[in-house]
Design a protein. Structure first.
Length: 84
């Protein structure tokens, strides 16, 4: 389970496994291990969804964005791809 709490309000657009693989699948990617860990948790019917914290959090230098694993409408895990 993740240490970061992702609000359902933060969920944005679905993204495919292939698209996440293209961005983070290469071993040279700084987030390769995080992606592989998240991918290993996937079950049939799960979805990957981009997320971003609210604008106010970015203004306070506490913004987060990334990829969330969603199962039955609940965020199961996620990894952060951008923060400030």
């Amino acid at each position: 389970m993740m240490g970061l709490s992702i609000s359902p309000d933060w969920l944005d657009t679905p993204i495919s496994v292939a698209d996440v693989d293209a961005d983070y699948g290469a071993p040279s990617s700084g987030l390769h291990a995080e992606w592989e860990r998240l991918k290993s948790e996937m079950r049939p019917g799960d979805k990957l969804v981009r997320f971003a914290s609210p604008v106010e959090s970015w203004e306070r230098l506490a913004g987060r964005a990334g990829i969330a694993l969603v199962r039955d409408g609940k965020v199961i895990d996620a990894f952060v791809t951008m923060m400030n």
